[in-house]
Design a protein around this ligand. Structure first.
Ligand SMILES: [Zn+2]
Length: 148
């Protein structure tokens, strides 16, 4: 006799029950009635599977944050479940700009494009400008010769 394989399109009834129970036991005023809880349970399970959340106290706290100003708790809860991201996922990690002088990814000085190390480093040693200085001296000599 072939083993019963669970229908992949259908949530395990035990998990569905657990998800509905989770929603019906959220702290007031977030507690959902059975109809809404059963309707929302498949979505909750799907988001949990996608993001790694589990039906635990951490998720309960996450979903019931900031109740002040909320009028329709069920609607807010639904939106929060649909918007669940992996726990601890960084918020919109902004690509870091490289220092315009040394190219490192160290933190830049506020409002500038150079890193702290470059901003506080002593000015470049004159050796770096030697070629420029030599050209200047040669130009000055040429002018002096022409003038004489
Ligand atoms: Zn730098």
């Amino acid at each position: 006799m072939p083993a019963l394989t669970p229908d992949p399109g259908r949530a395990d009834p035990h998990r569905h029950q657990a998800a509905a129970a989770f929603l019906m036991t959220l702290p007031e005023p977030w507690t959902l009635g059975p109809i809404r809880a059963h309707r929302l349970a498949p979505e909750l399970l799907e988001r949990c599977d996608l993001t790694g959340w589990r039906l635990d106290g951490r998720l309960r706290r996450r979903l019931t944050l900031h109740p002040e100003g909320v009028r329709d708790y069920g609607a807010v809860l639904t939106a929060r479940i649909r918007d669940l991201r992996a726990p601890g996922a960084p918020r919109e990690a902004k690509p870091r700009a490289a220092c315009s002088r040394c190219g490192s990814l160290r933190s830049l000085v506020h409002g500038r494009t150079v890193c702290v190390a470059c901003a506080t480093a002593p000015p470049a040693p004159p050796a770096l400008h030697q070629a420029e200085l030599a050209a200047e001296v040669r130009a000055a000599l040429r002018t002096a010769r022409r003038a004489s």
